[in-house]
Structure formats: structure tokens, C-alpha cells
Design a protein around this ligand. Structure first.
Ligand SMILES: Nc1ncnc2c1ncn2[C@@H]1O[C@H](COP(=O)(O)OP(=O)(O)O)[C@@H](O)[C@H]1O
Ligand SMILES: [Mg+2]
Length: 266
């Protein structure tokens, strides 16, 4: 298993914010974690990166990356994990870029930090990676504010690809984007899955999960109330909370039945 979380408990003082019994994400799989705001999705991802304790949280349990225990790992190990093996993208991609540096410079520096031999070879790798996310290489010469949110999110994904990350933690990666661009980014996540990445897709929006996730974990107040194959969970939600999330998605609950669409075509 690429990423295996067991008995993860995260507390802020006496406040328990996460109590996850089990979450797995394998290579070539997109696992959705869905739940309303404040349910503990981001803290779970933050714990995977070893950053939850920096925020003052207490973290217990087990988080394994390909069998390597991350909880309690040395700072040197976690730097390697954060910098390269586990990539993370956020709702607002601009945070990952320095506003006064060209996008390509940030990209190339990141690759250099992780062992790329020369500036020229780093640029070449960056160019290949942005082309792979269907952007023209020219975006590398621009400043972050000159790119759209969707373009920047693509570049952030390209960085993960170029670093050959094994796991991508995508925390609300499409929530700030309009629907068309949202679909393009989800298409890219599917492409990363084909490339063998383990993708943890965190979102409050069940429609996003329905689009690409193979499996879904439904999170409420820090715990999973339901975990299963996406189609199974969406068509036969076992838990009341999942049903309420489904009801909040007009696109899913308003899918016309065969009869309805037949009537419309008459
Ligand atoms: N730095 C922090 N200090 C104290 N509590 C926090 C901190 N960050 C998050 N929390 C709490 O942890 C809970 C889960 O937050 P979060 O994981 O961000 O939720 P989600 O991503 O599902 O919206 C929330 O109740 C939030 O208030
Ligand atoms: Mg969050």
C-alpha cells in the first residue's frame, strides 16, 4: 500500500479533531475524502506531511508511506517526504509560487533542490512537465499573477509530476475554479492516476468525488462514517450524513431518470 493510515488521532489540547481508524490509498488510485468544512480533512493531510505538530497538535497512530513510518520520523526523512515523495496542492495555487519570481524559476529551483544537475536540465524538465499538463512552455517565463488560477494549478501539478512524486495530496484543488476549469483539473488528476500516483482528493463537494474518485471516505466530525467504492456510496449511501451531502449536490440528485429524459426528447 502506498499510503496507509491507521488509528490516526489528532488533538488540539482537549479538542479531538481527527479520529480516523483506517485510510488507504494505493498507487494508481484516486481516493476521495469528502466532508463539510471543519470535519478534519485538511488536518489529516497536514499530519501526513508531518506538519500537524508544528501547528500545536498532538498526533498519534500510524501513517506509512510504502511501509515507511512517518509519525515520529526524523526531520531529514520528513524533508525528503515533503519535498519530493508526497506532493500537495491547495485551493489557492498562488501560495506555492513566489510573486516576484517567474514561474519557471521557482519550478527549476525546486528541481535543483531535489538533485537536478544543472539549471539548463532543470528548465528542460520543467518544460516537459508543463507540456504534459497541456500548457505551453511559455508559461514558465511568466509571473504568477499573469496566469489564471487554473493555469497555476496545472503548473503546481506539473511540479509534482517532474519530481516524480508518489503521492499527491490534493486539498480542495478545484474549489476556487469555475466549473469548466474544474473539469480540466480533475481530468489531469485522472492522468496522474494513470501515471501511477496515489491521489488523495480532499473536497467538501461530492460532485468532485463522483467525477474521478475510485473510492470515497465520508468524513464527519473527524471520523469516517462511510468508506467504499464511489459508485456504491453514491448510489446506495449507507449513512444519513452521506445522504445529506448527496442532497446538497444538485447535479447528482437531479440526474434525470431514463423516463424523464425520454419524455423530454418527445
Ligand atoms: N491550527 C489549529 N489550531 C486549532 N484548531 C485547529 C487548527 N487547524 C484546524 N483546527 C481545527 O481542526 C478541525 C478540523 O479542521 P480542518 O482539518 O481544517 O477541517 P476541513 O479541512 O475538513 O475543513 C476544525 O475544528 C478546526 O477548527
Ligand atoms: Mg480543509
Amino acid at each position: 500500500m502506498k499510503l496507509a493510515i491507521r488509528d490516526l488521532e489528532i488533538d488540539f489540547g482537549r479538542r479531538h479533531v481527527v479520529a480516523v481508524d483506517a485510510l488507504d490509498c494505493d498507487a494508481g488510485e484516486i481516493v476521495g475524502v469528502v466532508g463539510e468544512s471543519g470535519s478534519g480533512k485538511s488536518m489529516t493531510a497536514t499530519a501526513v506531511l508531518g506538519l500537524a505538530t508544528r501547528l500545536g497538535a498532538t498526533v498519534r497512530g500510524s501513517i506509512e508511506l510504502d511501509g515507511l513510518q512517518l509519525l515520529g520520523a526524523t526531520e531529514a526523512t520528513m524533508r525528503e517526504v515533503r519535498g519530493r515523495r508526497v506532493a500537495m496542492i491547495f485551493q489557492s495555487p498562488s501560495g506555492a509560487f513566489n510573486p516576484v519570481m517567474r514561474v519557471g524559476e521557482v519550478f527549476a529551483r525546486t528541481l535543483r533542490l531535489h538533485g537536478e544537475r544543472s539549471k539548463a536540465s532543470a528548465w528542460a524538465r520543467a518544460e516537459a512537465a508543463v507540456e504534459e499538463v497541456l500548457l505551453p512552455a511559455a508559461v514558465l517565463g511568466r509571473y504568477p499573477h499573469q496566469l489564471s488560477g487554473g493555469q497555476l494549478q496545472r503548473v503546481a501539478i506539473a511540479v509534482a509530476l517532474a519530481l516524480r512524486a508518489e503521492v499527491l495530496l490534493a486539498d480542495e484543488p478545484t474549489s476556487a475554479l469555475d466549473v469548466t476549469v474544474q473539469a480540466e483539473i480533475l481530468g489531469l488528476l485522472a492522468r496522474l492516476r494513470e501515471r501511477g500516483l496515489a491521489v488523495l482528493l480532499i473536497t467538501h463537494d461530492l460532485a468532485v468525488v463522483a467525477e474521478v474518485a475510485d473510492r470515497v471516505a465520508v468524513m464527519q466530525a473527524g471520523s469516517f462514517v462511510e468508506v467504499g467504492q464511489t459508485t456504491e456510496v453514491l448510489t446506495h449511501p449507507a449513512h444519513e450524513y452521506t445522504r445529506s451531502l448527496l442532497d446538497a449536490v444538485p447535479k447528482l440528485s437531479a440526474v434525470p431518470s431514463a423516463e424523464d429524459s425520454g419524455a423530454r426528447s418527445l
